[in-house]
Ligand binder design. Structure first.
Ligand code: UDP
Length: 331
């Protein structure tokens, strides 16, 4: 199958491209490299033995249509989008323009190319602050705490409306929890530009001595150890989830929201200690103030993914911590 992957050079995108290629699919990556490096394409080739077709383009452009004119695309996985929560609060217009425009342009290009299968990179952020955990797909998912999150809510809405108008279209809305870890080859991982916002890349830089210490945002939450709990899943499990979602989309129509998580909550302190234990080191940290917008605790109800996609996360927290350190140590 020919699969167009927008944002395929990014952290989750690149791991998904590897799984797709290893499963025998032809992959066409469209990425403007705004938050990724061109080296990733070479590393994908090293891992899979084959170079994916790569277009360095902005997904908000007519150029997407030219990709559909050149290739018969059977399905699309849409990752491209800005993703930093804090930055989105400072730059809402850029977030709305980029994330929403790219999706609208993509749908127009898919219509032009006659492609009716889409897997979208959504987020657990769409459950907003009011739903109890574990989050279930049928809960109202109509709000978010940041412009970034709102773009996910709005794009889910756009895709759902599009499917209502085109009942033979399939849009799988994958709501990710917290992907961490890296590819076993050590060649792909989470390597954000500048100082990381997310916990695991920050831990990696502290462990590598590039940052002095981790600040844990808040130690006085109403959780067992006072620190926030999240559902951390291995990025390779998440990538395999995309493959399953693609297989599902080929056989079905309609819009379907599906959580990809482990179904377990892990606190920041538990993650720090798991990292120390897995990698036999001490991690300097202090407990600081809460971060604006953070929710105390949430994790997935992972049953729907099991039932519809026959998928469940298989990697342990130890695997996540070991592979994240292997990548951070060598990059
Ligand atoms: N976190 C932290 N220190 C950091 C970065 C993150 O304590 O330097 C905490 C954050 O408060 C949250 C968890 O780690 O409880 C996961 O944060 P991340 O930004 O990785 O993902 P989020 O759940 O916000 O999408």
């Amino acid at each position: 199958m020919n699969v167009l992957v927008t944002g395929g050079a990014g952290y989750i995108g690149s791991h998904t491209v590897v799984e797709l290629m290893n499963a025998g699919h032809e992959v066409i990556i469209a990425d403007n490299l705004s938050n990724a490096s061109a080296d990733v394409i070479d590393r994908i080739e090293k891992i899979t033995g084959k170079a994916p077709e790569f277009y360095r383009i902005n997904c908000c452009s007519e150029i997407l249509k030219s990709i559909f004119a050149r290739h018969r695309i059977d399905a699309v996985i849409h990752f491209a989008g800005y993703k930093a929560v804090g930055e989105s609060v400072r730059m809402p217009l850029q977030y709305y323009r980029n994330n929403i425009d790219s999706t609208l342009s993509l749908l127009e290009a898919m219509e032009y190319g006659g492609c009716k299968k889409l897997v979208f990179s959504s987020s657990a952020t769409v459950y907003g602050p009011d739903n109890p955990h574990p989050y279930k797909e049928e809960m109202p998912a109509l709000q978010s705490a940041s412009p970034y999150g709102w773009t996910k809510v709005m794009i889910e809405r756009i895709l759902t409306d599009y499917v209502t108008a085109h009942p033979d279209f399939c849009a799988v809305l994958l709501r990710y929890f917290n992907p961490i870890g890296a590819h076993e080859s050590g060649l792909l991982g989470d390597d954000p530009n500048g100082i990381p916002n997310n916990l695991m890349p920050y831990i990696g830089r502290v462990a590598a001595g590039k940052l002095e210490k981790l600040t844990i945002f808040g130690g006085d939450y109403a959780t067992p150890d006072g620190t926030c709990q999240r559902d951390y899943l291995h990025v390779v499990d998440l990538a395999v989830g995309h493959l399953r979602a693609l297989e599902y989309a080929m056989e079905h129509s309609g819009a379907e929201a599906i959580n990809l998580g482990t179904g377990k909550g892990v606190s920041v302190l538990e993650l720090v200690h798991a990292f120390e234990q897995a990698n036999n080191m001490k991690l300097p940290f202090t407990i600081g103030a809460r971060r604006d917008g953070d929710l105390p605790a949430f994790w997935a109800d992972a049953e729907k993914a099991k039932k519809l996609l026959h998928w469940e996360a298989v990697h342990s927290l130890e695997d996540m911590c070991k592979s994240a350190w292997e990548f951070a140590r060598t990059h």
